[in-house]
Design a protein around this ligand. Structure first.
Ligand code: SAH
Ligand code: SF4
Length: 373
């Protein structure tokens, strides 16, 4: 399926009648709305700062705008946040929000505090069309793309909840954003790009492209464009070192096999030893965790500025796989380190709040169903 056909088939619902949401419009689109209201273009810039730098949602509080203009804004527009269905904090400080959009669809956003950073994990789709066998999101039936508003408002909502406005604060907790929540961001490229451009804008949300990482399962045709147009860090879900294994656990490999994927990584714009591509590798017992696999991985990545994130498999109800033993994970990491590949083992976070991607949403749906019966 072409990118355009995919975007049409899985499009978010068009805004329902009523007030138009200003969140998620590009700078140009916001300016067009404002000039259409008969206001000069510079007003759009002021409004942009109120919305994205100060985090204000009420037009009445935008005191640098004339009263007449504020009244006109109130007549036509709104600055909307998604509804928070659940807000859970884990004993380790990980926080997870289950958000519901106007058509009732739900996604998850997760905040992960660490010693030297705070990372917000943002979703790009409701569900995912790619059915990676170890991933819970891939089992969810309903899929649609998130709109730019639904993507950027995940960051804005987390900022509300953590008391992070204005963007100019020096003590911001959310320092990094990763497009690693539900969905495949490169199957929703246009909306993700609009949202990330808003996130990177220095007069708004102001998160530098160096602090944003987009994770893909390997949608080869969109990768180069992502590097060239957005310049964000790239993470690639590799998870296997040979096509046979990868075909089995990640069906997208049949379309874009390893050789093609790794060549696209070699060509990813802006990559250097100081700015490496992250290869994610979920540790699955007896599937991809042998010492031979580790040695093959070193060979595979030898001419790519790379680091490897070893992720302990996070089981979910009904999942077919088991996580590799601690020993196997550490032996694997040691072989990579000896081969000059940096390979931290990612800590499992937020286990007590259903941390595996997509789990909270399924749990919420299950509960709603059982309440109905
Ligand atoms: N679709 C994109 C981004 C979302 S998934 C991608 O696949 O890269 C984010 C990361 O979580 C991916 O590396 C994915 O493979 C990993 N992941 C999915 N399910 C997991 C599980 N049950 N345990 C551990 N990691 C998982
Ligand atoms: Fe989709 Fe990523 Fe999960 Fe694969 S791992 S099913 S691409 S969300």
């Amino acid at each position: 399926m072409s990118g355009t056909a995919h975007a049409e088939l899985f499009a978010p619902p068009s805004e329902s009648a009523g007030l138009k949401n200003l969140v998620g419009l590009s700078r140009e689109a916001l300016e067009a709305e404002i000039t259409a209201c008969g206001e000069p273009a510079f007003r759009a810039r002021q409004l942009w700062q109120w919305i994205y730098s100060k985090g204000v949602t009420e037009f009445g509080a935008m005191t640098s705008l004339s009263k007449a203009f504020r009244a006109r804004l109130e007549e036509h527009f709104v600055v909307r946040r998604p509804e928070v269905v659940q807000d859970l904090t884990s004993s380790d400080g990980t926080r997870k929000w289950l958000l519901r959009f106007s058509d009732g669809q739900e996604v998850e956003t997760v905040y992960i505090p660490e010693d030297d950073r705070g990372t917000l994990c943002v979703s790009s789709q409701v569900g995912c069309t790619l059915t990676c066998k170890f991933c819970h999101t891939g089992t969810q039936r309903l899929v649609r793309n998130l709109s730019p508003a639904e993507i950027i408002s995940q960051i804005m909502l987390a900022r509300d909840a953590l008391g992070e406005w204005p963007s100019t604060r020096l003590d911001r907790k959310i320092t990094n954003v990763v497009m690693m929540g539900m969905g495949e961001p490169l199957y929703n490229y246009d909306n993700v790009a609009t949202a990330l451009k808003i996130a990177m804008d220095g007069e708004g949300v102001a998160i530098s492209k160096r602090k944003i990482t987009l994770s893909t399962s390997g949608v080869v045709p969109e990768m180069e464009r992502c590097g060239r147009e957005l310049g964000v860090n790239l993470a690639v879900s590799l998870h296997a070192v040979d096509d046979d294994t990868r075909d089995k656990i990640m069906p997208i490999n049949k379309k874009y096999p390893l050789k093609q994927l790794l060549q696209t990584c070699r060509d990813y714009p802006g990559t250097s030893n100081a700015r490496r591509i992250t290869f994610e590798y979920v540790m699955l017992k007896g599937v991809n965790d042998s010492p031979e696999d580790a040695r093959a991985l070193i060979k595979l990545l030898k001419d790519i500025p790379a680091k490897v994130n070893l992720i302990p498999f996070n089981p979910w109800p009904g999942s077919f796989f088991e996580c590799s033993s601690n020993n196997a994970i550490h032996r694997f990491a040691q072989i990579l380190n000896d081969g000059q590949l940096s390979a931290p083992v990612r800590a499992t976070r937020g286990e007590d709040i259903l941390a595996a991607c997509g789990q909270l949403k399924s749990e919420s749906e299950r509960k709603r169903k059982s309440e109905r019966t």
